[in-house]
Design a binder for this molecule. Structure first.
Ligand code: XUL
Ligand code: CO
Length: 438
């Protein structure tokens, strides 16, 4: 029986449509820069918020109406939730989904029971993937919700917990591999600390690096060739998260000889919590060959925590797409790590939320492609740095001069020319013009 019987498959109707259950910008087969929108955007729905989020917050109980869910932590309930999820993915025309092990299947009384629960649900996931052609973008292990992870997962002070995590990731990798997952994500929910009085930071980071090397080795052993991703986030839940932003993650990967094996999964709300724009984080990762995938959402600038709202801002999506078009995103994708507000409790709100996010990204893709077609920003940037294309600038870039030569050059010249205006306001107007036209 259909869980969303009154909702038809969502269709593209164009920008003039007033139908709230239609796309106005996302036209999956429309070609942009030589590829379809579907291929560019690789939209992904996350299982945790969309199928396990109940709307509870630290002050109150869940609010969501989910008539297909009996609210129990049984394997039967977990299995009957799967076709509902795939009905939503299909009706939205989304090609990928992503999960944590514990979103899809309940924890059992022992590790082996937990593993068999996971295997049982994975069978249903596999048959729904085969029925629909919908694929797994990434899998991950939830090593933050259960009390056993209170001191950390791979950065715990308790060696037994570390061992438990090894076993858990081993299984999550096997299932991700079995389901054809194209990536595997590590978000270090408890990998950080609250206080340095009780923490050996060096030892914790050494352990974390060892853990990642074990994951790389085991992937090789089982033939999993998906991309490993680390997802940076600062200050939540621990005060100091080790993987706080793109720069911290890349430094860690380099220091521990993991650069060839990992890229980053950059999330908008995590970037803003780190005091960066999403565009900054994407560019920082991209310029070092470390941009792997994105978790698409948005925060609330009035609040200092992770609100995981659906992205609807055309400017934000344009900025994201400018960077994704520059560096590419596959085998990563655009994963809506976002949740409907606890007041948006009806099943249909899940559709409105995803339609809005998909449309905002499609619009961002179109605007970014139009800007790129005219070289409207890159051309300006290239010209801004053109003093390094010749003369002394070229010699600097080529490593042909040192301080003595720079001094000789400047003593002869006397002082600098003011060079060129940065034209920020002019360029913001340029982006507005493309927003109007595209
Ligand atoms: C937490 C978060 C996670 C990761 C996967 O803020 O974003 O859901 O995406 O563990
Ligand atoms: Co995320």
């Amino acid at each position: 029986m259909a869980a969303f019987p009154d909702i038809p498959k969502v269709q593209y109707e164009g920008p003039d449509s007033n139908n709230p259950l239609a796309f106005r910008w996302y036209n999956p087969e429309e070609v942009v820069e030589g590829k379809t929108m579907k291929e560019h955007l690789r939209f992904t729905i996350c299982y945790w918020h969309t199928f396990r989020g109940n709307g509870s917050d630290p002050f109150g109980a869940g609010t969501m109406q989910r008539p297909w869910d009996d609210g129990s932590e049984s394997v039967e309930n977990a299995c009957s939730r799967v076709p509902v999820a795939f009905e939503l993915f299909e009706k939205l025309g989304v090609p990928y989904y992503a999960f944590h092990d514990r979103d899809v299947a309940p924890e059992g009384g022992s590790l082996s029971e937990t593993n068999s629960n996971f295997e049982a649900v994975a069978k249903v996931l596999k048959s729904e993937q085969e029925r629909t052609g919908i694929k797994l973008l990434w899998g991950t292990a939830n090593m933050f919700s259960h009390p056993r992870f209170m001191h950390g997962a791979a950065t715990t002070c308790n060696a037994d917990v570390y061992a438990y995590c090894g076993a858990q990731v081993k299984k999550a990798l096997e299932v991700t591999h079995e389901l054809g997952g194209e990536n595997y994500v590590f978000w270090g929910g408890r990998e950080g600390y609250q206080n340095l009085y009780n923490t050996d930071m060096k030892r914790e980071l050494d352990h974390l690096a060892k853990f990642f090397h074990m994951a790389v080795d085991y992937a090789k052993e089982i033939g999993f060739t998906g991309q490993f991703l680390i997802e940076p986030k600062p200050k939540e839940p621990t005060k100091h998260q080790y993987d706080s932003d793109a720069a911290a993650c890349l430094n860690f990967l380099r220091a521990y000889d993991l650069m060839g094996h990992f890229k980053l999964n950059i999330e908008t709300n995590h970037a803003t919590l780190a005091g960066h724009t999403m565009m900054h984080e994407l560019e920082y990762a991209g310029m070092q060959g470390g941009l792997g995938s994105i978790d698409a959402n948005t925060g609330d600038l009035m609040l200092g925590w992770d609100t995981d709202q659906f992205p609807t801002d055309y400017y934000l999506c344009t900025q994201i797409m400018l960077v994704l078009l520059k560096y590419g995103i596959a085998p990563g994708g655009v994963n809506f790590d976002a949740k409907v507000r606890r007041e948006s409790f009806e099943p249909i709100d899940l559709f409105y939320a995803h339609i809005g996010g998909m449309d905002a990204f499609a619009k961002g893709l179109k605007v970014a492609a139009a800007i790129r077609a005219d070289n409207a920003l890159d051309g300006f940037v290239a010209d801004r740095y053109s003093s390094f294309d010749e003369g002394i600038g070229k010699q600097i870039e080529n490593g042909e001069v040192g301080f003595k030569e720079l001094e000789a050059y400047m003593l002869e010249k006397g002082d600098v020319d003011p060079n060129k205006s940065g034209r920020q306001e002019f360029l913001e107007n340029v982006v507005n013009r493309y927003m109007d036209k595209s």
